[in-house]
Write a protein that binds this ligand. Structure first.
Ligand SMILES: Nc1nc2c(c(=O)[nH]1)N[C@H]1C(S)=C(S)[C@@H](COP(=O)(O)OP(=O)(O)OC[C@H]3O[C@@H](n4cnc5c(=O)[nH]c(N)nc54)[C@H](O)[C@@H]3O)O[C@H]1N2
Ligand SMILES: Nc1nc2c(c(=O)[nH]1)N[C@H]1C(S)=C(S)[C@@H](COP(=O)(O)OP(=O)(O)OC[C@H]3O[C@@H](n4cnc5c(=O)[nH]c(N)nc54)[C@H](O)[C@@H]3O)O[C@H]1N2
Ligand SMILES: [Mo]
Length: 728
């Protein structure tokens, strides 16, 4: 036995529904291995392809470990090491001058979910920037559109336990690529399948998940609400709904029935591109195979009607009484099982009078068009907008502004960090303490610090302690340790925390919230929906109050009603950009593009690891052979994908994995690595969907043209061959 070798319990830091429990192995202070905890009921000891080399990721030689300042032109990526004192001094001087001249609202944070912990994740920095009086950044990148649809219908329900899926007989995987984006749900789905369940995937693309399903139903992007309304129409008119459940536990059935009657199967087929017979079969099977469950992906929200699509889909389980059964109902976000004190984390009480809120999905506009005051300094952390955010060309233009003071904290010099004036180094998960919630299961996971930080990297919590000191903030909150912060941020008295203590969490690594027994749990068997009426609201009482965004997504700022109209009944409106809804745009740009998550990357993370890049391959464009032929595009050809907003380059993969009129390119490749110096989001519009101000990444038209591969450096042939084989 080697006495120097120890194991430490940890937690995956990534923005993913699975939040795996880790076991770090440390030898002589060095992290030598990271494995999944085999005892964890969901993780079961298995890590995904992205995290398989997580120990090595910590020692990637490209890691940022010292503060740096820009020494070349903006965006050139030329930096020189400086001390923390110099970095903080520069920030203080620049911010003080900006506040003097323009007021504190000329400074704005720009962050998201590079790390997901209660300490270092979504809300870290919010308290600091509220105290500073900056512009408030509204963060609605992910899930908020889908969640508003859910909240209006069934309230912030915890939903079906993924571990209960083994009891399901009919599993609809809707706009979700489980095998790539939350693959620890799969063993439960596979077990249900062994027990006789049918697995259905509704997706424009034959994803990895659709390939494994019993039935893949391809659908035109952004038309899911029409399908759900058509299903309701069939279920109601054929008398397949659960009359007793509907009478007891829902409101607005008559109005819903009238609305659904506006969606006869012929119309729904014309809108969605799904054959009439398939819509009939799906509706009848879904209504009669109990327990039926719908697992809805975040991807549902990524077009104009996204929120209403989520709402329509959330009506289905109550209509057929699926909630009566263990393993029946709806599985979306499990977050409400985690008793966090969002106000203690974000400090909305520190917001100054008359605050300004700007949405980060419009970052290009924010940087180029905001006045009174303009944004003079942006601080980016936990976020890589130049790859992940829409309307990239305008963001680039904004970041090039000579008068913009850009501070970036990250693990690597990302596409975004290349534009920074000051770069600050952040720690990776084994080097910090955190507590992780999950948005796909019911376990808290504690991440114990296992090794020391390299160089001068600091956790995000420490970064904001340092900034608070620099700006002269004296509140005792800035002097808390990480552990004290965790104690302050959790509502230990909540019924969901029964049997859970800080010490037990730290020691055990993971603990289940008190949501009940997975083999007996049917949370809405007798209604009890957390809505104003306590029922499933087919007709939403909240919708009439206007759009709202749940508070953690807006830095603790009160749910704001902007008065925009939401139809209180689920409805279908066509996408902003499609052949039917925008014929003028479609004349120039006839193909709808979707940009789902890459199997080998976690958003843009790991896309800088050679091994992951080899696995994932080059940027590709999946295109139907019938769309490729008239454009003279062959398998493996280099193509340019473009519209008025921008362009990127990829290798064409001719495949019936996609439907005619729809092309797909995976998200996450860094633009700086590509020949076009841009990534898929160069073509994305920054328009918001109809609820939760969700982004519209599935609602963009493009044209595709073959380019002379001599003119640009050739993409790797090996990667092309692998992609061609995968989609053959
Ligand atoms: N490997 C990997 N895993 C991840 C991530 C990652 O980047 N990589 N990211 C994490 C994050 S932040 C999130 S939010 C989740 C997202 O998890 P998912 O929602 O599963 O992710 P996506 O791949 O974006 O979309 C899922 C599927 O929806 C389809 N789709 C796109 N538009 C539509 C539509 O309009 N209608 C329908 N029916 N289907 C549509 C896509 O083709 C895709 O196959 O994954 C998490 N897990
Ligand atoms: N086209 C298209 N665009 C999309 C989507 C899509 O499906 N299609 N999905 C959207 C969705 S669902 C999401 S969630 C967003 C995700 O967008 P982001 O949250 O921006 O995604 P990441 O690529 O994970 O970038 C986070 C950055 O944080 C850094 N980071 C990691 N840990 C730490 C830390 O501890 N401290 C600091 N300071 N930095 C850290 C990482 O290195 C990385 O550069 O993207 C959205 N963009
Ligand atoms: Mo996300």
């Amino acid at each position: 036995m080697n006495p120097e070798k120890t194991t430490v319990k940890g937690a995956c830091p990534q923005d993913c529904p699975d939040t795996c429990a880790f076991i770090y192995t440390v030898e002589n202070g060095r992290l030598i291995d990271v494995q999944g905890d085999p005892k964890h009921p969901v993780t079961q000891g298995r890590l995904c392809t992205k995290l398989n080399d997580f120990a090595k990721h910590h020692y990637n030689p490209d890691r940022l470990i010292y503060p740096m300042k820009r020494v070349g032109p903006k965006g050139a990526g030329e930096f020189e090491r400086i001390s923390w004192a110099e970095a903080l001094g520069e920030i203080r001087n620049r911010w003080a001058r900006i506040i003097d001249e323009f007021g504190s609202k000329a400074i704005m944070p720009c962050s998201y979910l590079g790390q997901e912990g209660v300490l270092n994740g979504l809300t870290v920095g919010d308290a600091f920037f509220n105290r500073l009086g900056s512009t408030i950044a509204e963060k609605t990148f992910c899930g908020v559109g889908r969640e508003v649809g859910t909240h209006l219908t069934i309230g912030p329900s915890t939903g079906v336990d993924p571990e209960s899926l083994i009891h399901s007989r009919y599993i609809v995987l809707w706009a979700v690529n489980t095998l790539s984006t939350g693959n620890h749900h799969w063993p439960f789905i596979a077990e249900a399948k062994r027990r006789g369940a049918k697995i259905v995937a509704i997706d424009p693309l034959r994803s990895r998940t659709a390939t494994q399903a019993d039935w893949h139903i391809p659908i035109r992007p952004g038309t899911d609400a029409a399908l759900a309304l058509g299903m309701m129409n069939i279920i109601i008119s054929e008398g397949l709904f659960d009359r007793d459940y509907v009478e007891r536990y829902t409101v607005g059935f008559d109005e819903l029935a009238a609305r659904a009657a506006e969606y006869p199967v012929e119309l729904v087929s014309a809108i969605t591109g799904i054959p009439e017979q398939d819509i009939l079969t799906l509706s009848r099977e879904y209504a009669t195979q109990a327990p039926a469950v719908i697992r809805l992906g975040v991807a549902i929200e990524r077009s104009r009607n996204g929120g209403q699509a989520s709402r329509a889909i959330n009506c289905l389980p109550a209509l057929v009484g699926a909630w009566r059964h263990v393993g029946g109902g709806y599985l979306g976000l499990t977050l409400s099982a985690f008793a966090m004190k969002w106000d203690a984390m974000c400090r909305p009480d520190w917001i100054k009078e008359d605050p300004r809120v700007l949405n980060l999905n419009n970052l290009g506009k924010v940087l180029l068009e905001t006045s009174d005051p303009p944004i003079k300094s942006l601080m980016v952390y936990n976020h890589n907008p130049l790859v992940q955010s829409p309307d990239q060309e305008r963001i680039k233009k904004g970041l090039l502004r000579e008068d913009l003071f850009l501070v970036v904290s990250d693990l690597f010099v990302t596409d975004t960090a290349k534009y920074a004036d000051i770069i600050l180094p952040a720690t990776m998960q084994a080097e910090q303490t955190d507590l992780m919630f999950s948005w796909g299961h019911f376990y808290w996971t504690y991440n114990n610090k296992a090794i020391e930080s390299p160089g001068e990297a600091v956790p995000n919590t420490q970064l904001f302690r340092l900034l608070a000191e620099t700006m002269g903030f004296n509140e005792p909150e800035w002097r808390r340790t990480d552990e004290e912060m965790i104690r302050d941020f959790i509502d230990w008295e909540s019924p969901m925390m029964q049997g859970i203590s800080f010490e037990a969490l730290q020691q055990n690594g993971y603990m289940r919230t008190a949501v009940g027994d997975k083999d007996a749990r049917a949370p809405h068997a007798e209604g009890n929906f957390p809505t104003p009426s306590g029922k499933c609201e087919f007709k939403s009482s909240l919708a009439e109050q206007g759009d709202f965004v749940p508070s953690p997504f807006r830095a603790g700022y009160e749910a704001m009603q902007d008065g925009s109209y939401i139809d209180p009944l689920p409805t279908y409106i066509p996408p902003f950009e499609s052949r039917d809804s925008a014929p003028q745009i479609a004349a120039k740009y006839p193909l709808n593009i979707i940009s789902p998550k890459a199997h080998g990357f976690l958003n843009s993370q790991y896309a800088n690891e050679i091994k992951q890049r080899k696995r994932q391959g080059d940027p590709i464009l999946i295109i139907h052979p019938e769309d490729a032929r008239p454009r003279g595009i062959g398998n493996g050809d280099t193509v340019k994908v473009f519209n008025d907003r921008g362009a990127f380059i990829g290798a064409a993969i001719l495949s019936t994995d996609t439907i005619r009129g729809v092309v797909a390119s995976y998200l996450g490749h860094w633009g700086t690595d590509s020949r076009a110096k841009s990534a898929v989001n160069s073509i994305s519009s920054d328009r918001a969907a109809n609820m939760g101000r969700a982004p519209t990444f599935s609602d963009n038209l493009v044209e595709v043209a073959k380019v002379d591969s001599e003119a640009i450096e050739a993409l790797s042939m090996g990667a092309r061959r692998a992609a061609i084989a995968e989609h053959a």
